[in-house]
Write a protein that binds this ligand. Structure first.
Ligand SMILES: [Fe+2]
Ligand SMILES: [Fe+2]
Ligand SMILES: [Fe+2]
Ligand SMILES: [Fe+2]
Length: 326
């Protein structure tokens, strides 16, 4: 290899991955909080505000996905350089209203720009042109995010003061232990998102190494290639679940979790990925059954229906992995 890769260099790239995962979660959770904010807008402002809320809600979701793609492309690069891409996430900062989202966004994007300038410079000095080019591209996109957030830092909305009115009787079913249970689902979804993204990139790399014949490359008969494709689709489904569950928690005035649990595990081969993912889906299904039972017991119909929909998809994921595990 022309470029000599040091552990420090891999660490620096992994720090970038941690950042990307954290902001991706930050923006998708903020997006999930928008529904609650819209319901609180003052009636006189509803038309004006609704347009802004819609616009911000939409771009938060878009950039969340873009940040996860950044994380994925840096993971891919780390695997190519012979390192192990991290599954850690930095700490997202959510906030309570649009102007707070925007200020936190400005802060996160500025920090990213500083780190990425450093990476571009280091990669350039080492002659690692591919990495430099990757980060130059990402840098441009982060700058776009920064400008977008700057537009909204002056938006006039306020954090709502905590209500002094006692909870109406029907709301008393939403206790702390109920939120703790729902947040186990949020954490499980985050684990899936990180685990599948990382494995997807590693599978793509394994596939490349394992292609022996041109025919194999065309027909995609090798397992890593097939697995890589499946993981990408399932990733989008988990993102959607995270969004729905956290939106529900925010609407019920709870706070969503942002940490993965169990910790994501990547594995070394396509067969490992399948085994690990099979187990992850399996435990999600058990957890979601428990949540459905609890929601039924408490009479929380909406939450029950959300999880009934999600569990159908998790079962589908389970069987997809199951096909390969046998
Ligand atoms: Fe990014
Ligand atoms: Fe960004
Ligand atoms: Fe899910
Ligand atoms: Fe799933």
């Amino acid at each position: 290899m022309a470029v000599k890769i040091t552990p420090d260099y891999i660490d620096m790239l992994n720090r970038a991955i941690e950042r990307e995962i954290a902001v991706s979660l930050q923006y998708i959770l903020q997006h999930a909080k928008m529904e609650k904010l819209v319901r609180r807008t003052i009636p006189e402002n509803i038309l004006l505000d609704k347009t802004t809320y819609d616009a911000v809600g939409k771009f938060l979701r878009e950039i969340s996905i873009q940040e996860m793609k950044h994380a994925a492309s840096i993971m891919e690069r780390v695997y190519y350089l012979g390192g192990q891409a991290t599954t850690k996430s930095g700490k997202p900062a959510i906030g309570d209203c649009i102007s707070e989202f925007a200020k936190l966004g400005v802060k996160a994007e500025e920090e990213a720009l500083t780190l990425y300038r450093q990476i571009i410079e280091t990669a350039g000095k080492m002659g690692d042109w591919e990495t430099r080019e990757l980060f130059e591209k990402i840098y441009g996109e982060e700058e776009g995010h920064l400008f977008k957030f700057q537009e909204y830092t002056k938006f006039q909305d306020e954090k709502e003061a905590a209500s002094k009115v006692p909870l109406p009787e029907w709301r008393k079913i939403y206790t702390d232990d109920y939120f703790t249970l729902l947040n186990k689902a949020v954490s499980a979804e985050i684990t899936g998102i990180i685990q599948y993204t990382n494995q997807h990139e590693k599978a793509a790399f394994l596939e490349l190494r394992m292609k022996n014949t041109p025919l194999e490359a065309i027909t995609e008969t090798n397992k890593a290639g097939v697995v890589s494709k499946i993981l990408k689709e399932i990733f989008m489904a988990e993102m959607d679940h995270l969004e729905k569950i956290s939106e529900r928690i925010y609407l019920l005035e709870g706070e969503a979790a942002y940490k993965p649990d169990p910790l994501p595990v990547v594995g070394d081969t396509a067969q490992d990925f399948l085994r690990l993912d099979h187990a992850l889906e399996s435990s999600a299904i058990s957890l979601y059954r428990q949540i459905i039972a609890e929601a039924l017991k408490r009479g929380d119909t909406t939450t029950r229906r959300i999880f009934e929909d999600i569990i159908i998809q998790e079962e589908d994921h389970f069987w997809t992995f199951d096909d390969f595990v046998r």
